[in-house]
Ligand binder design. Sequence first.
Ligand code: GCU
Length: 363
Amino acid sequence: MIDKELKKRNIPDFFKRNGKTVASQEEWKEYSSSLKELFLKEEYGFLPEKLTPSIKIEPQMINFAGKANWESVYFTFKKEEKEHTVRVELILPKNKKNIPVFLCVNFGSEIPNKYLPAEEIIDNGFGIFTFCYQDVTSDNNDFTNGLCALFENSDKNEYSFGKISIWSYMASVCMDYLCTREEIDNKNVAIIGHSRLGKTALLTSALDERFILTCANDSGCSGAAISRGKEKGNETLDDIITTFPWWFCKNHYKYKNAPNDLPFDQHMLLSLIAPRYLVIGGAVDDVWADNEGQLLSCYLSSYAWRLHGKQGLIMPKKASLEVNDAFLNGEVGFYLREGSHFFSRYDWNVYMKKFKEILKRDI
Ligand code: GCU
């Protein structure tokens, strides 16, 4: 399966620099910082300057049958005369110390919701920190609202942040905050998101190494999936840039019909997460997300884990990718569940199981 995909996609060896393969952790360290810059410059756009928000906490009454504490945390960002507040919900299992947390960038803010089974997550011993992505800024071409409005007059150019970068920015600010809370185990925070927010989770973790686990559910094109060599029915760069140009920086548009010109492919984004843990989820009917391309990305990026003395993806040699395949034993995991594009209970159970295994590791 992998050989066939490699042949079809024709991906240059991006672990090679100036004709020489990156062969040690030191070389990788240097290369990976230039790679981060390259992803920002050529795809997602540079994040704006980091602001320190003021914080206000409002306790909530609902406590999940007495099992949890729920607080709404208001982050207020100020720049010149402008300000914007984002509400982030913190739900922690009661009477627990060193709580591992899922930072979930989500589509809605109501809790629980179809993509966030809050009570089940609490019952599994995890805390939840979650915000609605559109409370940060709208999901359209308008850069004058929300957090974007604060940076409106900064030198915006073709390399400036697209919306995925801004949602990532907020996720990193959330991580800063989690590090200030005593009851949270800040060595064990996972970032998780579905679809466009799976893309956001990947970018966040590629840039911010404080996340121990990254879960990208059905993230597909411009997320985990390889951009080159798409099959009929897979989303292409042409599709995504035409429909959602605001997710990226303007400089990315030149690759619309030229994915082969990209100076990387998406497996290099995954490789920036090494040596931490990563799980990529796919759904068999979600052809749009290109599951073969997501698996290939996991396979290729594993080179970065091997540079760190780890294994990355562990999978058997197979003729084709099949429904219910699950390669979850390595630091890089991939699975393909039944059904369509959705962030389901099944997905959450896979991610929680992996997180529990990670908690048992020696640090
Ligand atoms: C569209 C888009 C995908 C994206 C998805 C989502 O289908 O083409 O790239 O992942 O929306 O975010 O739900």
